[in-house]
Design a protein around this ligand. Structure first.
Ligand code: SF4
Length: 342
């Protein structure tokens, strides 16, 4: 019989499991402490639960931390890990750990592949192979060598996190709850292409930072890059954002991948400024990593700087994001869930 994974469950859910196994209700809290506080990987290690109790729990349950199948390390210190999905090594996702001084940021995946089909994205090209459970999302935090030193996370790996909001939300709850990692939501950023109904839920139900993939201010051009523009136009996404406060703790940023001669002109910068006018935000300009069978190339450094300066002069803070992990295909848009030695 396949065992149910305890990783990702709340203390209240663990209490129900304990009671059903004939254990006292407070055992739920103890189990949470063992999994999230002490980070044990087996029920056997939960030594303040009676031996008979641990045996009863183990009949149907396991902690369920998935361990990486593979690890590649970049010359700049970035590490890319490959994790199985639901125990299946043939269906793997990637997590990327990016060190930057004292800061260790984990870029996590929320789906195997992706349905959204953005034309410039290697993940989008491989199609959709399922959404991750909270246990598989959290395994990316628990299973890496740097687990104890992580300081931040970005939901920016494979998949669209708002197409898997319930499980992503559960993972965020573990990261932010007192009984979990007790991280401030300010340490977490969720990146989306703007799936409107769940974007509203995200904004209402948690306080994490938001990054919206914009990439082109003109609807028809954006549609050619990102099919989502048809269902959820960027103008409507920004109208929704205007209803929320980004002047305090929570921040919103826009991701803008730059394609030479296509979306890196002064006309685009001016349209972008008009689109976000009045919204407290910043823009991250991303160097495009060329992929096969995609018509556009990488914008030059001077074009990126001119674009950045035009946005800044127009009153919007813009930065050119340093590219990390390119030599191990860990950079933005390059995650494809492949074994590095395959
Ligand atoms: Fe999916 Fe994001 Fe790639 Fe678009 S850019 S296909 S949403 S993973």
């Amino acid at each position: 019989m396949e065992k149910t994974r305890l990783l990702g469950k709340t203390p209240a859910e663990l209490k129900e499991i304990a009671l059903a196994a004939g254990l006292p209700g407070f055992t739920g809290k103890q189990i949470a402490q063992w999994i999230y506080g002490r980070r044990v990987r087996t029920i056997e290690e939960m030594t303040n639960i009676s031996k008979a109790g641990r045996e009863r729990l183990s009949e149907a349950y396991e902690v369920g931390v998935a361990l990486p199948l593979d690890k590649a390390e970049s010359s700049d210190g970035t590490c890319k890990y490959l994790f199985p999905v639901n125990g299946d090594p043939g269906n793997a996702v990637e997590a990327v750990m990016i060190p930057d001084g004292d800061r260790h940021t984990l870029c996590v995946s929320s789906q195997a592949g992706c349905k959204m089909g953005c034309k410039f994205c290697m993940t989008g090209r491989q199609g959709f192979h399922g959404s991750l459970s909270a246990a598989d999302i959290l395994s990316q935090f628990f299973g890496i060598d740097e687990a104890a030193s992580l300081t931040n996370t970005v939901f920016m790996g494979m998949g669209e996190p708002l197409d898997n909001w319930e499980e992503v939300k559960r993972a965020i709850e573990v990261l932010t709850a007192d009984w979990g990692f007790a991280w401030s939501p300010k340490r977490i950023t969720l990146s989306t292409i703007g799936v409107l109904p769940n974007l509203k839920r995200f904004l209402d139900e948690c306080k994490c930072h938001l990054a919206v993939s914009l990439h082109d201010p003109f609807p028809e051009e954006r549609l050619a890059l990102m099919p989502v523009e048809k269902a959820y136009p960027i103008g409507e996404v920004i109208d929704l954002l205007r209803q929320y406060d980004f002047t305090g703790q929570r921040r919103v940023s826009f991701e803008y991948t730059m394609f030479a001669g296509h979306n890196d002109t002064a006309r685009h910068a001016d349209a972008l400024l008009r689109l976000v006018r009045g919204l407290e935000c910043r823009v991250n300009l991303i160097r495009f990593h060329r992929i096969p069978d995609f018509p556009y190339g990488t914008s030059s450094q001077s074009a990126m700087e001119a674009f950045r300066d035009r946005l800044t002069r127009g009153g919007v803070t813009a930065t050119i994001r340093a590219s990390r992990g390119e030599d191990i295909f860990a950079a933005c848009g390059l995650l494809a869930g492949q074994h590095n030695h395959a």
